[in-house]
Design a protein around this ligand. Structure first.
Ligand SMILES: [Fe+2]
Ligand SMILES: [Fe+2]
Length: 260
């Protein structure tokens, strides 16, 4: 990242990686209106630069460095912790992160708390798959401390992690915990959910791999996401994905009955 100035403007150029939520946080920190120039937002332009804002700009750059370093370390950590994990691996964690970006922004969530929890929420799986929502907590607490999070932030992130499952752990008490629980359910259905569901069921031994058993497996996937959603956004996506699964199951049954 570097700072460029001309007579009227200061441009802060941030390297490629999308840093979810940071722009909003920076707006709060430096008291300037920051605008992203394009969808990927690599350039942030603070128009109408005033000299007295310069100190705040420098603070912004320092904060950006700290936060970019944090995201890099979190991703290195999950690569290591989730190595070899097929169902809740880093691909699932990154998709959860992207859904949290969309739903979280729409809902006005604390994006740093939400996105950090999204990337860490399944790190308990390699320790205890069934009760992974609580098995994750000591490891997550130690790592968040190493990253320099404050105690109140750590508590908020840990709650999002412990409450993310629909099948165990406490009920979500915060907006961020409600969003992650909803987002995690998106991953149970649709084409992604079907592939994950087959791998999971084969792994657990609840599916024998026979094609004629697949409609039953699909019914189980749909049952998994039954119940209430906290956000309309996730509910809408899950309904769309269930429609696909039902159509897929109908088509499969027809093919098994001999249809071309
Ligand atoms: Fe989970
Ligand atoms: Fe998950």
């Amino acid at each position: 990242m570097r700072l460029q100035t001309n007579f009227y403007n200061v441009f802060i150029l941030i390297d490629n990686e999308s840093q979810g939520g940071n722009d909003i946080l920076f707006q709060k920190q430096i008291g300037l209106q920051l605008r992203r120039r394009d969808g990927r937002g690599e350039i942030v332009n603070s128009s109408c630069f005033q000299a007295e804002k310069f100190y705040n700009i420098l603070k912004f750059i320092k904060l950006t460095r700290v936060m970019m370093d944090r995201w890099r370390r979190i991703r290195e950590f999950i690569q290591k912790e989730m190595a070899g994990e097929q169902i809740a691996g880093t691909d699932h964690l990154e998709r959860a992160y992207e859904w949290c970006q969309k739903v979280g922004r729409a809902r006005g969530a604390d994006m740093e708390i939400l996105l950090t929890a999204a990337l860490l929420h399944d790190i308990g799986v390699p320790i205890d798959r069934k009760r992974h929502y609580e098995a994750a907590l000591p490891k997550a607490r130690a790592f968040l401390g190493e990253l320099g999070f404050k105690e109140d932030e750590i508590k908020k992130i840990l709650h999002v992690i412990e409450a993310h499952s629909r099948y165990g752990g406490p009920d979500p008490q915060t907006l961020e915990a409600k969003i992650l629980q909803d987002v995690d359910a998106i991953e149970y259905v649709g084409a992604v959910g079907l592939i994950r569901g087959i791998v999971r069921a084969l792994h657990e031994g609840s599916f024998n791999g026979k094609v004629e058993e697949t409609p039953r497996l699909i019914d189980d996937l749909i049952k998994r996401v039954e119940g209430n959603f906290y956000t309309e956004e996730a509910k809408r996506i899950v309904e769309k994905r269930i429609t696909f699964l039902k159509a897929f199951s109908d088509r499969l049954k027809k093919e098994l009955a001999g249809e071309e």
